[in-house]
Write a protein that binds this ligand. Structure first.
Ligand SMILES: Nc1ncnc2c1ncn2[C@@H]1O[C@H](COP(=O)(O)OP(=O)(O)OP(=O)(O)O)[C@@H](O)[C@H]1O
Length: 713
């Protein structure tokens, strides 16, 4: 009886979760409509007002942040002549206007979207010093260096600041001496240094505190993925300086995190600018991860050599420090310039590795999550997850370090159910840790759903077109859905039997036991039919996600072990009220890896051709054409299929893109075909006769195939 009620309760909770997801989407839509409504009302008022001569000078209605303002000319001048930026990106202009108007502002803008400009530009224009709170020393150093290079007077006050510099900064705050426009501090400075706060008070009193910026603002919320206790104390800033505009910025914040951080920073009346989480230039892919470590390294190597033979930069994320070192070593042994990065390394050594990577002296950094916030290298072409991330937010942030320059980049995650307990034993004590982990596990297990839509869903955004920029949309795996209820019942009965005998098993031990039983030596437990080892692991994880099973944790002196036991919905399954479905691949996408390996070893020439083709496409549209329009995979397909009609093109890249860009793409392909290799096949040592086209007159006429790529591989 009690079990039934519990089971029903869980069902209701599951449904509630789903409904809450839908509500989040609706609330976000409602927010946007409210914003639009107030914008239109203000516009209407302004139109009506402009008929009376006394209002003739109103330059922009309130809340119409895209309108014209008295500072427009100066802002444009600084944007162009100081920052060298010719055009604003989405929302930048509006945010700058809102800050310049003295409003508090919350900015949610994807990684690489250009958040810094939104506070740096008003900081230059407004009178006095802007305070920027940022969580990481390396991030602060980068920003101050960048600003100084642009001739903007910026400083930082951290534990590394010399006494002399500190004195100068305090004089600038207190007395307005010297030139200082932007001051970066860590949150600890606000919460722990009374001296600093008193100088800031004086600065404000003299009317010289121009604005306050809170970078990586999601760290305020304990529902966010990177909660920092010191961020909690930042509430003092609005209390002490209520008239100073505050701008809080982050790349990721669910509705719940947004509400939380607005409350914590006391900016409930702020203007909110939420840009989409969509990173259209990123191609998301999840691959099945082999249980053999060597095979995984081979696949990573093949991917890097095959897709990025010109040593374009990338990151490989690993779970443990030891794994980082091992993976970096093995990549080096396979000819890839790689080094490791983790928290156990001496700070100087970490900085040395980071610098070598930033300067393109090494191609790949193999890091733990410690290689995180503050990486602002724009041309990272790939982020590979050797192991699963702990949540959708973390994965979005980590993979988002690719392609910050807007050019196509790859995000590849290697997933195997066996990695789940490794993560769960680390996150189970965190607030919603397991729930967050299971969300990303669902993302990985899915062989059909659009990866991009999963992000939209998670961040409560209306769905957008993926444009074939994920594995499941670009080349769906053939899958079949099998009813695994029988196998699931066997697993439950085995676990019950073990529980009665006071035994427990980790996931891997459970799989071993089931496999032994299926070979006929397992005693009383029935045999488990038809499932391979990997499929069994997949099924167990599926059952955990479906709450038929659950994970339990036990600490030992050295580690925490995750055990699988029966979960709250086991009875539903046994009574036939719950069916368990398992998605199984019919043809594995894994074969693409082999294609890449072959490409790496034998088709270096075709890579060159592909590169030419990409450049051709690029020059078609002022150099920005392929970003977000064609994925690397699509460019590759076009270069081999060479469609010569809109109908053929539509089949390869879809209707919308064909309607928008079809003619121009076909034009590019025609020009590209003129430069093709005789017979269309290339062997090592061949030369490609490259006939210059109208657009490619300056290109080298003869390209020798460089077989040195083979050696790298
Ligand atoms: N309007 C623009 N046009 C061209 N480049 C821009 C524009 N705005 C910003 N950038 C450039 O884009 C890059 C990313 O900007 P920025 O570092 O501000 O991103 P971000 O949103 O803070 O990203 P992250 O969350 O990853 O730190 C920088 O190199 C910056 O100079």
């Amino acid at each position: 009886m009690e079990d039934d009620i519990l089971a029903e309760l869980l069902n209701v909770e599951e449904e509630l979760e789903e409904v809450q997801g839908q509500i989040r989407v609706l609330i976000s839509r409602q927010d946007k409509l409210y914003e639009k409504q107030s914008e239109l009302k203000a516009l209407l008022e302004a139109c009506q007002g402009s008929e009376s001569p006394s209002n003739a000078k109103v330059s922009a209605p309130v809340e119409n942040w895209a309108g014209s303002f008295e500072w427009d000319k100066e802002v444009d001048d600084i944007r162009f002549n100081v920052f060298g930026i010719s055009e604003y990106r989405v929302n930048q202009c509006e945010i700058i206007n809102a800050v310049m108007s003295g409003r508090d502002v919350l900015v949610i803008m994807a990684a690489g979207g250009g958040k810094s400009l939104c506070y740096q530009l008003p900081a230059i224009l407004r009178n006095g010093v802007a305070l920027v709170v940022s969580p990481l020393l390396s991030l602060i150093q980068d920003q101050v260096m960048g600003l100084s290079a642009l001739g903007i007077p910026a400083s930082m006050l951290t534990s590394n600041t010399s006494k002399e510099d500190e004195k100068m900064i305090y004089k600038a705050l207190e007395k307005g001496e010297g030139e200082l426009k932007i001051l970066y501090v860590t949150p600890e400075k606000i919460s722990k240094s009374k001296r600093f706060m008193s100088k800031l008070e004086k600065c404000h009193h003299a009317g010289r505190l121009s604005l306050i910026s809170i970078d990586e603002a999601h760290c305020c919320s304990q529902w966010g993925h990177d909660f920092r206790p010191d961020y909690k104390n930042l509430s003092i800033l609005k209390t002490q300086f209520p008239s100073v505009p505050m701008i809080a910025l982050t790349a990721t914040a669910t509705q719940r995190v947004q509400t939380d951080l607005m409350e914590m920073l006391h900016i409930s009346k702020c203007v909110k600018f939420v840009s989409t989480v969509n990173r259209p230039n990123l191609f998301y892919e999840v691959r099945e991860k082999s249980s053999a470590a060597k095979v995984v390294i081979d696949e990573v190597t093949d991917f890097i050599c095959g897709s990025y033979p010109n040593k374009e930069s990338g990151i490989v994320y690993c779970f443990t420090r030891k794994e980082c070192e091992q993976v970096a070593k093995e990549l080096r042994e396979r000819g890839i310039l790689a080094d490791h990065y983790h928290a156990d390394m001496d700070a100087n050594e970490r900085e040395r590795v980071h610098l070598r990577w930033s300067n393109n002296r090494i191609q790949v950094i193999v890091g733990t999550v410690a290689f995180g916030m503050g990486i602002n290298k724009p041309d990272v072409r790939f982020v590979i997850h050797h192991s699963l991330s702990k949540s959708m937010e973390t994965y979005y942030q980590e993979s988002g370090r690719a392609g910050r320059d807007g050019l196509p980049a790859d995000c590849l995650l290697f997933f195997r159910p066996g990695d789940v307990p490794r993560q769960s034993s680390m996150v189970f004590y965190e607030n919603s840790g397991l729930q967050n982990l299971y969300d990303i596990v669902r993302f990985c297990q899915s062989k059909r759903s659009c990866r991009r839509n999963a992000f939209f869903h998670h961040f409560g955004e209306p769905l957008q077109d993926c444009n074939g920029m994920c594995d499941n949309c670009a080349h769906p795996t053939e899958t079949k859905e099998v009813d695994a209820s029988t196998q699931a019942k066997i697993i439950v009965s085995l676990l019950k039997e073990m529980q009665e005998n006071d035994q427990r098993a980790t996931m891997l031990q459970l799989v071993d036991k089931l496999k032994v039983n299926s070979r006929g030596s397992g005693g009383a437990t029935p045999t488990i039919p038809d499932l391979k080892r990997e499929e069994l692991e997949q099924l167990i994880v599926q059952l955990v996600l479906d709450r038929v099973l659950k994970e339990e944790f036990q600490h030992t002196a050295y580690s925490t072990n995750a055990y699988v036991t029966i979960g709250p919905l086991w009875k539903q399954l046994v009574q036939g009220k719950k069916m368990v479905k398992l998605e199984i691949s019919v043809n594995s996408r894994g074969s693409r890896t082999n294609i890449k390996a072959v490409k790496c070893k034998h088709l270096a020439g075709l890579e060159l051709k592909l590169d030419d083709f990409r450049k051709e496409l690029s020059s078609c549209h002022g150099g920005i054409f392929p970003h977000a329009v064609l994925s690397t995979q699509q460019i590759s397909t076009l270069s081999t299929e060479r469609p010569d009609s809109l109908e053929q093109l539509e089949k390869l890249i879809g209707k919308t893109k064909t309607e928008k860009y079809g003619e121009r793409i076909l034009d590019c392909i025609r020009q590209y075909v003129e430069t093709e290799v005789p017979n269309g096949s290339v062997k090592e040592g061949d030369s490609i006769q490259h006939r210059p086209t109208k657009r490619a007159k300056t290109k080298k006429a003869l390209i020798n195939i460089d077989t040195s790529e083979d050696e790298q591989c």
